[in-house]
Design a binder for this molecule. Structure first.
Ligand SMILES: Nc1ncnc2c1ncn2[C@@H]1O[C@H](COP(=O)(O)OP(=O)(O)OP(=O)(O)O)[C@@H](O)[C@H]1O
Length: 313
């Protein structure tokens, strides 16, 4: 199913949480809403779900105006940050509930077992939610949404309580099920790595507005403004005001665009972070700071680096 948001706005006590949002999500697309805390992502998702009324605008699902329809009349499955599991039901019962009456019990139990084992909660099927950690509960909530194979998935930070390794495997599971079943997905996160890994297209939000929309590659190679530059990419761009920026006419520089070596700009290494396969070097240029990748640890005697903005000068 496709989703169209036409000029939707919503305020809470005069504060605009959503400010004239226009988006078109195609059938089968994995669409990620990326933005910092408070930018309006959750509000946007809740309005699509029908949990929040909008002040103005229209919401169309598959061309049908659902603006006034209640949540249960929009064929959607939701996974939210606070995974509302039924406390008096076991994990297994929580998982099969959404498909009761739609699938026979034997089939449902089999599917629940498969999803649970994929999400490493296979040996917890007889436990109650209160006997699980936050991350385990989140995986139960995720498995429950995946059981339904709905036409539309709405997901709000569904991996926020998982550790780094679980996150990567859960990410793959979501993507695989979404692709296999061609499920239109609207996925909210503030994590750019997650956004880039999952998205067909991304909309970047700030203060209730969509700032830029595109594929991860399109946004990365052509950031629209300073906000996107400092928010997108891992690590994001360094902003340089003054002569260097004037010289290049660019919004900012990426760590991979900066070379440490012979050149005409003197900087001082102010900090170094180990990333595993390389180092991220922070270089002060007077008042300003840029970041660069470097294969070796810069030590005391190298604390003055000469940097070359290879792609810009
Ligand atoms: N029920 C509410 N009552 C009043 N203001 C609200 C309510 N819900 C959200 N807001 C405000 O609307 C704005 C957008 O909030 P929203 O939760 O959509 O942001 P978000 O991008 O999802 O943030 P986070 O990543 O922190 O969850 C914020 O300024 C928030 O304070």
């Amino acid at each position: 199913m496709s989703i169209e948001l036409k000029s939707i706005s919503k305020s809470y006590r005069g504060i605009k949480a959503l400010d004239s949002i226009n988006l078109e999500i195609k059938k089968g697309e994995f669409f990620v809403i990326l933005g910092p805390s408070g930018s309006g992502k959750t509000t946007l998702l809740r309005t699509v779900a029908g949990l929040e009324r909008i002040d103005s605008g229209r919401i169309l699902i598959d061309g049908k105006d659902v603006t006034e329809e209640p949540p249960h009349r929009r064929d959607l499955a939701m996974v939210f940050q606070n995974y509302a599991l039924y406390p008096h039901k076991t994990v297994l019962e929580n998982l099969i509930m959404p498909v009761e009456g739609k699938m026979n019990r034997e089939e449902a139990v089999k599917l629940a077992g498969e999803l649970a084992s994929n999400l490493k909660i296979g040996d917890m099927l007889s436990r109650y939610p209160s006997e699980l950690s936050g991350g385990q509960q989140q995986r139960v909530a995720l498995a429950r949404a995946l059981m339904k194979k709905p036409s539309v998935f709405l997901m709000d930070e569904p991996l926020s309580n998982l550790d780094a390794i679980q996150r990567v495997s859960a990410r793959k599971l979501i993507r695989d099920i979404q692709r296999e079943n061609n499920i239109t997905t609207l996925y909210v996160t503030h994590d750019q790595v997650e956004a880039m890994a999952l998205a067909d297209r991304i909309a970047i939000m700030n203060t209730g507005k969509v700032i830029q929309t595109g594929t991860p590659e399109e946004i990365y190679s052509n950031v629209k403004d300073r906000f996107v530059a400092t928010f997108f990419g891992n690590p994001p761009m360094s902003l340089i005001d003054g002569s260097l920026l004037d010289l290049t006419g660019k919004i900012g520089v990426r760590p991979e665009d900066v070379e440490i070596g012979e050149g005409n700009v003197k900087g001082r290494v102010s900090d170094v972070e180990f990333l595993g396969d390389r180092y991220l070097v922070y270089i002060s240029l007077g008042e300003e700071e840029v970041r660069a990748f470097y294969p070796y640890r810069l030590r005391g005697e190298c604390s003055h680096a000469v940097i070359l903005f290879d792609k810009y000068l």
